[in-house]
Design a protein around this ligand. Sequence first.
Ligand code: 5GP
Ligand code: MG
Length: 187
Amino acid sequence: MTDNIRMNSLKITELISSTEIQSAIDRLARQIELAYVDTDEVAVVVLLEGARRFSSDLFQRITNPKFKITHVKASSYNGTTQSSGQVAIVAPPDLAIQGKEILLVDDIYDTGHTMTALINWLNKQGAAQIKTAVLLVKNRGHEHTVPIDFHALEVEDLFVVGYGLDYQERYRELDYIGILNNDYPAD
Ligand code: 5GP
Ligand code: MG
């Protein structure tokens, strides 16, 4: 859990191992399948880039073709570790939302700005129902502004990288979740 791994001269401290991530996704896949057992079609909207890897592993486990997956680009961070509060959305032009049951998938829920922006955007286009699924919920010690229906794991309120999550487009390829050592709080 506290292994230090030297990567490109920056140390990453592992917080969540690859094995823990994969077991959590196993459980999440079963929960999601169960929740949609009576639903004919689910439009899965995956937020890029962060959720690409998570959703790929998740939907290798959920093979029912009623889950139709679309990738949408939503970015709010602009290369810093602070949220800008601005969310830019780029979706395929033929993406049909009207009357659909949506499962919105993101990598991590932090302030909720991204989810809120996406939910407003989906509602404007007439989504029938919206549920949310994230790999990680950041434990910020306050109420979520939007309900998270499904989550795999929780993390401390730290800037995490790995398993799809980046810092300035780096570290997405790691199989585990970790923190950059200079973000580690002093004891
Ligand atoms: P929110 O809008 O909830 O504040 O943040 C959600 C988005 O910000 C996520 O989709 C993710 O891209 C980015 N983000 C939030 N916290 C972290 C973090 O700890 N690490 C990384 N790499 N990205 C984060
Ligand atoms: Mg993101």
